[in-house]
Design a protein around this ligand. Structure first.
Ligand code: HEC
Ligand code: HEC
Ligand code: HEC
Ligand code: HEC
Ligand code: HEC
Length: 321
């Protein structure tokens, strides 16, 4: 169809006798037809790109990582078992914490939050937590915030488990820190250690200069209170103690060195619940000396002096997060 029209236009333009009005009409008709055609072809793509997710399922689809499993099976399996893969649920305590925040906070003590019911919840009411627990909330509408708030109130793990900190959050959304310098993360790109083609629906690989740096993790394992929100709170703070205590004391390892590489744990990124990590947490040095305390002749009291030295070997306070 398109080609036929194109041919007719070309024929008319080619004829010397029709170089007058007809040709101009044909050309301008062709131009407007083309513009219309392009608009029809590209409009859905443009609106889709700008459109925000209206349901949790739509948000999960936007950040779908099902395809990654096929080629990065080991990484995928490690990640699947990590707490990042259940960042709205955690070990179970996270659900409880969020229920408290919604019921006791937004709908309770925070009388100026504007939230009386789940129906009043907007993205901004969850963003002060989801900044780290679900950064992709930036691409969702208030409807999604309401669906997730309801899922928390109902302890609906199935819904809360659909969205999480997945491959695309670290290898795209959070892969560029200095955006005035390096620009926003591009669509269709997985960021890692090098540039090149990538055989996936994300067809390019680009180097991220922060992927191996502690600051990469520091974006969510933060430095202290998040003062940018109307209701500042503090949750993850490991990067703060890493920067201000571990590094000044001569520490040279990164989060990735200890949590991904040292014991080959990779994308599991475990902490104290992993026996290997727990062993590495502290050095305990116990020095005990027993003696008899002779009060008076024939009346001695057995006594001991016990000195315990505990050295923190982690890259931050413990406990911390
Ligand atoms: C997008 C935000 C984000 C980024 C980036 C991020 N984390 Fe996390 N991380 C979290 C959240 C949120 C949790 C807690 C999930 C929960 O328990 O609810 C977590 C949990 C953890 C835990 C606890 C694991 C456990 O089993 O107890 C470790 C360790 C960890 N992350 C290490 C890292 C390291 C290392 C990096 C960098 C390579 C990193 N994280 C990057 C948000 C992030
Ligand atoms: C919490 C952040 C985080 C998440 C989630 C994450 N990655 Fe990574 N990934 C990293 C970091 C950091 C490195 C670089 C580690 C290093 O070399 O210091 C890395 C390295 C890699 C590498 C190259 C080296 C290797 O380990 O094989 C691949 C491939 C990779 N990731 C794929 C994935 C896939 C696929 C997923 C999802 C199943 C995923 N990543 C999820 C942070 C993450
Ligand atoms: C058809 C196979 C295939 C699929 C599907 C696939 N990848 Fe890859 N990926 C590769 C190959 C091959 C490389 C390049 C490895 C190399 O050159 O060392 C790669 C490299 C990467 C790297 C860079 C690793 C580095 O060196 O730092 C990341 C990050 C990555 N993939 C993430 C993903 C994510 C996320 C998905 C899912 C959205 C995905 N991949 C899906 C095959 C695949
Ligand atoms: C020198 C090694 C080392 C470095 C560097 C390091 N960690 Fe840890 N981290 C550990 C060990 C060991 C534990 C387990 C101790 C514990 O949790 O009791 C741990 C525990 C954690 C926990 C769980 C803490 C808790 O108590 O709930 C998180 C989260 C974490 N680290 C994140 C990070 C992040 C993010 C970085 C970088 C800013 C980092 N770690 C750097 C060794 C390290
Ligand atoms: C700066 C990033 C950040 C923000 C903002 C944030 N969190 Fe977290 N949160 C984390 C990280 C990282 C962990 C994992 C720490 C760990 O495993 O030690 C975590 C863990 C948790 C846990 C589990 C603690 C445990 O002991 O298992 C709860 C509950 C929680 N967050 C609730 C919230 C709530 C509610 C908000 C909003 C008021 C919030 N978080 C805001 C980063 C953040």
């Amino acid at each position: 169809m398109e080609n036929d029209k194109l041919c007719i236009v070309e024929e008319e333009v080619m004829k010397p006798q029709s170089l007058g009005k007809t040709a101009r009409i044909s050309v301008s008709w062709f131009v407007s037809a083309t513009v219309l055609l392009l608009a029809i072809l590209f409009l859905p793509a443009i609106t889709a790109a700008q459109q925000k997710a209206r349901t949790v399922d739509e948000l999960a689809n936007m950040y779908d990582v099902g395809s990654c499993k096929q080629c990065h099976a080991k990484v995928y399996e490690e990640w699947e078992k990590s707490t990042h893969a259940r960042s709205l649920i955690g070990t179970g305590r996270t659900i409880g914490g969020f229920q408290g925040m919604i019921r006791g906070g937004l709908m309770g003590a925070f009388t100026k939050s504007g939230v009386k019911d789940v129906k009043d919840v907007k993205v901004e009411h969850l963003a002060w937590c989801f900044k780290c627990h679900l950064p992709q909330i930036k691409d969702a509408t208030d409807q999604v915030a309401q669906e997730l708030a309801k899922a928390y109130v109902d302890a609906d793990r199935a819904t809360l488990g659909k969205v999480n900190i997945n491959c695309l959050i670290c290898h795209n959304t959070k892969a560029i820190l200095h955006k005035w310098q390096d620009g926003e993360p591009e669509k269709g790109v997985v960021y890692g250690s090098k540039d090149g083609p990538h055989p996936d629906k994300y067809p390019a690989m680009k180097q991220s200069v922060v992927m191996k740096e502690a600051a990469m993790c520091g974006q969510c394992h933060g430095t202290g209170p998040n003062f940018e929100f109307p209701q500042p709170s503090q949750c993850g703070t490991a990067y703060g103690s890493y920067l201000h205590a571990y590094v000044p004391a001569g520490g040279t390892e990164t989060c990735q060195d200890c949590h991904m590489k040292r014991d080959g744990k990779g994308h599991l990124m475990p902490a104290y619940r992993d026996p290997d990590m727990a062993k590495r947490a502290v050095d305990v040095d116990v020095d005990a000396r027993g003696y008899k305390f002779l009060l008076k002749a024939g009346d001695s009291i057995p006594t001991a002096v016990v000195t315990v030295r505990i050295t923190n070997k982690a890259g931050h306070r413990i406990p911390d997060g």
